[in-house]
Design a protein around this ligand. Structure first.
Ligand code: C5P
Length: 212
């Protein structure tokens, strides 16, 4: 089984994907880490993430696992990731790895922005996870505060809106809900009920029912 989870930053898609993978015994791939890894390599090489040649070279040389996830979590890397992710040749260089991950037994849950539309258009189940920008900014702020980082709510919201705009507005593989994806709005859901709702969607699709 392949489950595609797409959605904007801080929608809850990563946690939902991880928990679905554990629930169904599938492998999990956070595809955002691939773009973050490319961005980190460009920055480490002293180049600008908007530098197309540097970004494409880093994507073609990309090795999964080169950086631990903890080294890729920062907002600077997130911003740079959304810049390199808008370059078509960067996306192209990362497709084969993601498709081969999806095809490997026993199946996978992959989360990102274009999984249901580009990477795995034939996924068994597609879920588009969303929440209002204000709620996503609130979650992000709590996360930053939890890590002891100083953060300003208005600045976090502005960052989220800028990243949304870049991700939905780019020409190649923009963030959008696939026509056959099921919408899961987590604005008013804590993580446990959100995961439950995602499992209900998977179960309904597997049983040939229309999810509630
Ligand atoms: O999901 P995450 O916030 O880690 O992703 C970082 C950035 O990588 C996103 O803002 C987006 O620009 C890019 N990305 C993408 N396609 C994916 C996953 C992430 O363009 N499938």
């Amino acid at each position: 089984m392949i489950i595609a989870i797409d959605g904007p930053a801080a929608s809850g898609k990563g946690t939902i994907a991880k928990r679905l993978a554990a629930h169904y015994g599938l492998r999990h791939l956070d595809s955002g880490l691939l773009y973050r890894g490319v961005a980190k390599a460009v920055i480490e090489g002293g180049r600008d993430p908007a530098d197309r040649d540097a970004a494409v070279a880093a994507a073609r040389a990309f090795e999964p696992g080169r950086y631990p996830a903890s080294a890729l979590k920062g907002d600077d890397v997130a911003k740079a990731a959304s810049q390199v992710a808008a370059i078509p040749q960067v996306r192209e260089a990362l497709i084969a790895f993601q498709r081969s991950f999806a095809r490997t037994r026993p199946g996978a849950v992959i989360d990102g922005r274009d999984i249901g539309t580009v990477i795995a258009p034939d996924a068994d189940v597609k879920i588009f996870v969303t929440a209002t920008p204000e709620e996503r900014a609130r979650r992000r702020l709590l996360e930053l505060q939890g890590r002891g980082e100083a953060a300003d709510e208005a600045a976090v919201l502005a960052d989220i809106l800028a990243r949304d705009a870049r991700d939905t507005g780019r020409a190649v593989a923009p963030l959008r809900q696939a026509p056959d994806a099921h919408l899961l709005d987590t604005t008013h859901l804590a993580i446990d009920p959100a995961v439950r709702a995602a499992i209900d969607i998977v179960e309904a699709v597997r049983a040939g029912r229309k999810p509630a």
